[in-house]
Design a binder for this molecule. Sequence first.
Ligand code: ATP
Ligand code: LTN
Length: 330
Amino acid sequence: MEKQLKVIFSGAQPTGSLTLGNYIGAIQNWKELERDYECYYSIVDLHSLTVKQDPDDFKQANLSFLAQYLAAGLDPKKNVLFFQSHVREHTELAWMLSCFTYMGELSRMTQFKDKADKHKDNINAGLYTYPVLMAADILLYQADLVPVGDDQRQHLELCRDVALRFNNAYGETFTVPHIYLGKIGARIMSLQEPLKKMSKSDENQNGVIHMLDPKDVIVKKLKKAVTDSMNAVKYNDAQPGVQNLMIIHATLSGWTMSEIEAHYQDKGYGTFKMDIAELITGLTEPFREKYAHYMKNPDVLKDVYVNGAERASKKADVTMTLVRDRLGLV
Ligand code: ATP
Ligand code: LTN
C-alpha cells in the first residue's frame, strides 16, 4: 500500500477536563505534528464508558472536550477531529483483535490493575479489554506514529504485538505503529505527590493543574506545590518536586535546564514558582477564552465533529474491507 504522508493517531478520554499533563505530554506534540502528517485525533468516548457516567453530564463533557481540543489550537482543517463512537468500525475491529489478544497479556497491563484497584465495585470486562479497543483505534487508521504520554507505553507495546501477530497469520494488513514521545514532559507529575503522575481523576486536585483553572487557582496550586528543604533549583532525582517544576518551566519557556538553574541560582522557590504560574497562565488564559467562544457556538462544534467523522470513516472503511477479506468473512 503506497502512502503519501505518514499517519498519526491519538486520543484522550472525555472525562474531567484537560490537565497540564495532557497538554504537555500529548496535545502540544499533536499540534506540532499537524504540519507534516495526516493526523487523526479522537475523543475516545467509548473508552470512558469503562467508568460509570451520568448521560447528561457525559454529553456535556464530550462537547466540552472537543471545545478544549480546538482551544488548544488543533486546527480542524489540518487534523481529523472526531468522536470514536461516530466511526462504528472501532468496535468491530476491537472484537476481531480481541480474538488475537491473550488474557495473560491483558492481565499484565498496569493501567488495568490501577483502575481496577480504584473502582473495586465496577471491575467490568470493558476495563479489562480497554487496550484492545485502543489497538483498534490505532490500527484502523494504519497509524505510523502515536503521540502519547509515557504512561501509555505498555498499551502501545501490546498494540504492536497484536498487529504483528495478525500480520504474521494473515499477511501484511496493519502498519505496526511506533510511540512518539516529546523530548521532555512525557510524564508530568502531581504537584502534591511528585512521584505520581498528574492525572485528571486524582483525588487530590491540588496536585493537578487543569487547563480551565482560573488564574488565582493556578497561583494557589503553585504556591502549595511540594518542593524540599534544599532551597536550590537543581535538576536531579533527589529533588523530584523541583525537577517536575523545572520540566514544566522548560516545556513552556523553551529554556534549557542549565539556563533555568543559572537564572534561579540565588532566587528562592517563591520566585521560581510564581514565574511558573506566570508561564502557565500565559497558556491557559487564552485557552480559556477560546474555550468559552467554542462552547457558545455549538454549531461550529457540530460542523467539526460531523466533518471529522466523515473523513475518519473513509479511512476506516478501507482498512476494514481489507481485514474482513483477510479473515475470510463473506
Ligand atoms: P485519567 O486520570 O482519567 O486516567 P489522564 O489524565 O491520565 O486521565 P488520559 O485521557 O488518559 O488522561 O490521557 C490523554 C493523554 O495525555 C495520553 O496521551 C496520556 O499519555 C497523556 N498524559 C496523561 N497524563 C499525563 C502526564 N501527567 N504527563 C504527560 N502526559 C500525560
Ligand atoms: N488510553 C489512552 C487514550 C486512548 C488512546 C487511544 C491514545 C484511547 N485510544 C489510541 C492513543 C491512541 C489514554 O491516554 N488513557
